[in-house]
Design a protein around this ligand. Structure first.
Ligand code: G3I
Ligand code: 9MR
Length: 573
């Protein structure tokens, strides 16, 4: 493999990008002749942090300006040079998580599509766009990322363009690690992330989140296509993409109903293409989290795919039953298994989620009692906390029709209380972003997008614009309104990750990484011991292959981004 050539071409691209940003009017660009800039320190150019992809016409539009004093600004339309807005920023505020003092320029009153320039003084400026087309293209790329991560399928140039590749991981002869004489077929599914393994727990939340998008925005998805092999059939592409993973998940159920935790090699593969990663794969240990997660996903799928309803529901019930009989089977990697653990040892949230989905699908009171028994406070979803997913389903259309009215009202109030805490964080945040110190964990951008999904749902329930502002403020955050200056989605923005921890992107010899993937984002655990520009939570990020703790991509972080973009676009339709 020609790694030298590859890294040279990637480096060249990175340099040209930096040059482009410095030299022209990209977001975060500043003019280097800073003498006349009325900036905080007098002699430095002003830095801007803005959504680098595009705002939707009707959303709130905040641009963050790094300054220690309030500034006046001017917005011109680049198409004709006319000034269309003059304003003053908010008074600056200090964000300790980034050690930055910033103010906010609110340009929400501009709603016409176009390319605009926001200037401070004569020399400092940034540009921003209002463009539904760009947001729409971004949505399609973030869901197409799942196609690029399909296991067991060759990616044809007709669909994958220059990122075409051979098939890898047919998974037709997978061994059971505990009974190595038994082999099974467990094909298809999505690779979890930058690695090639397939983990039920993380697959479950990802698959559910995409199903949630379909169930909440069926009209948006009905005609939507993004050029995958199934685009010419008569079902929406989203249903086809999800099916690819459901088919795999079904194979992970053992005859007794229990579900294997993961399908994996013993060690992480080196950075090679899928077809070259040919180590033996195993299914590993049945467990409570995997079985409940599977039960929830299959029960939801039974509502989504009426023709396969009985098959999905039967699988869900069997897995639920197994979990009742094995309620404390936590997963831990055996000593010789070094891949992702997704270990969890408290299962009330998984019980609540699975019971909720079974109740919503069957209407059976027994599942409602189990839901009542396990349902706790709402929280932002994550692979190890599925309580929020139960709320999302119970409060969506399915729940409104199925739950007793009083119960629905109570759960709605609880959920909105939780969403209110996120709104409060957002309003008090110098970056107008609902992220607190505790959110800067491995996959902080996934946390941001799961907060966004909660807020988008709160908005759907109430039409209260506060929820919408906090929600889109988080989307803006991952698209560039953050103190690293990166738009974290590959291929979308002026400064986007080039060196994601994604084996295909690292090994394919193509300068640009596979597009549409959300990088994990800033956090200062630095578990990979790479070099970082900062040790602060919100700026400890580096765009390098080395950094699997900030620059890997996964199916569970992309999914709530897909959901959020669908929610934004569906509202403006
Ligand atoms: O559970 C402890 C908690 O008790 C403690 O207070 C907290 C303090 O930081 O840490 C918690 O553990 C964290 C754990 O996730 C559970 O949330 C670890 O610090 C953190 O390092 C760990 O990160 C996970 C990472 O794998 C390493 O295991 C990420 O959430 C998870 O998204 C990531 O997933 C990997 C897969 O294993 C393999 N495939 C790629 C994927 C993404 O990088
Ligand atoms: O490449 C692996 C990545 O996909 C995982 O998310 C990550 C966390 O478990 O681990 C990465 O593998 C690293 C391993 O854990 C330690 N040695 C270096 C590996 C990356 O090159």
């Amino acid at each position: 493999m020609n790694t030298k050539l590859l890294s040279f071409s990637k480096l060249a691209m990175s340099l040209s990008l930096v040059f482009a940003i410095g030299a022209c009017s990209g977001v975060n660009s500043t003019n280097s002749t800073a003498s006349s800039a009325p900036a905080d320190s007098g002699s430095h150019p002003v830095e801007f942090y803005a959504n680098q992809v595009g705002f939707l016409p009707l959303q709130q539009k905040h641009i963050v300006v790094r300054t220690s004093q309030a500034l006046t600004y001017r917005v011109t339309n680049t198409a004709n040079g006319q000034t269309i807005l003059e304003g003053a920023t908010s008074s600056p505020d200090y964000w300790a998580l980034a050690d930055q003092t910033v103010a906010v320029a609110d340009v929400s009153s501009i709603t016409a599509p176009g390319l605009y320039r926001l200037s401070v003084g004569d020399t400092d400026y940034t540009t921003f766009r209002i463009s539904a087309q760009r947001v729409s293209a971004l949505h399609d790329a973030t869901i197409k990322a799942y196609y690029y991560n399909r296991a067991g399928m060759a990616l044809d140039p007709a669909f994958a363009g220059k990122w075409h590749r051979e098939a890898g991981h047919p998974d037709t002869h997978v061994l059971n690690l505990n009974k190595p004489q038994v082999s099974l077929a467990s094909p298809k599914g999505w690779y979890d992330a930058g690695d090639y393994n397939k983990y039920i727990v993380n697959s479950g939340i990802s698959t559910y989140t995409l199903m949630r998008a379909y169930l909440d925005f069926p009209d948006f998805y009905a005609q939507r296509r993004w050029n995958i092999p199934e685009s010419t059939n008569n079902q929406p592409d989203l249903l086809d993409e999800i099916s690819w993973n459901l088919d795999w998940m079904l194979t992970m159920q053992d005859q007794d109903g229990g579900v294997f935790h993961k399908l994996t090699t013993l060690n992480f593969a080196p950075a090679v293409m899928p077809a070259e990663a040919t180590e033996q794969r195993y299914v590993v240990a049945k467990g409570t989290a995997a079985s409940l997660n599977f039960a929830a996903v299959m029960a939801t799928a039974a509502r989504m795919y009426p023709q396969q309803q009985s098959n999905f529901l039967a699988a869900a019930k069997k897995a639920w039953q197994w979990a009742l009989e094995n309620p404390q089977m936590a997963y831990k990697n055996a000593q010789n298994v070094k891949t992702g653990e997704y270990g969890d040892s408290s299962f009330n949230d998984e019980f609540a989620w699975a019971a909720s989905e079974l109740f919503l699908t069957t209407g059976e009171q027994g599942y409602l009692s189990e839901t009542e028994r396990y349902l706790g406070s709402p929280a932002t979803p994550g692979w190890s906390n599925t309580m929020g997913l139960a709320y999302l389903s119970l409060l969506a259309d399915e729940g409104r029709k199925t739950l007793p009215a009083q119960r629905y009202k109570l759960l709605r109030a609880r959920f909105l209380d939780y969403a209110d805490t996120l709104v409060k964080t957002s309003k008090n945040s110098p970056f107008r972003t609902a992220l607190a110190a505790k959110d800067f964990v491995w996959g902080s951008n996934g946390v941001a997008m799961n907060h966004a999904m909660i807020l988008a749902s709160a908005y759907r329930l109430t039409n209260n614009p506060d929820y919408h502002h906090a929600f889109t403020g988080l989307v803006d955050y991952v698209l560039g309104k953050n103190p690293t200056g990166y738009s974290y989605v590959t291929g979308f923005g002026e400064q986007t990750p080039l060196f994601i921890h994604h084996r295909q992107s690292q090994a394919d010899g193509i300068a640009e990484p596979v597009p549409g993937f959300l990088a994990g984002g800033a956090q200062n655990g630095q578990q990979d011991h790479c070099r970082y520009p900062s040790s602060l939570p919100a700026t400890s990020y580096t765009d390098s292959w080395c950094s699997y703790s900030t620059n890997e991509v996964t199916i569970n972080w992309n999914a709530p981004l897909v959901y959020s973009l669908a929610a934004m676009l569906a509202r403006e339709d």
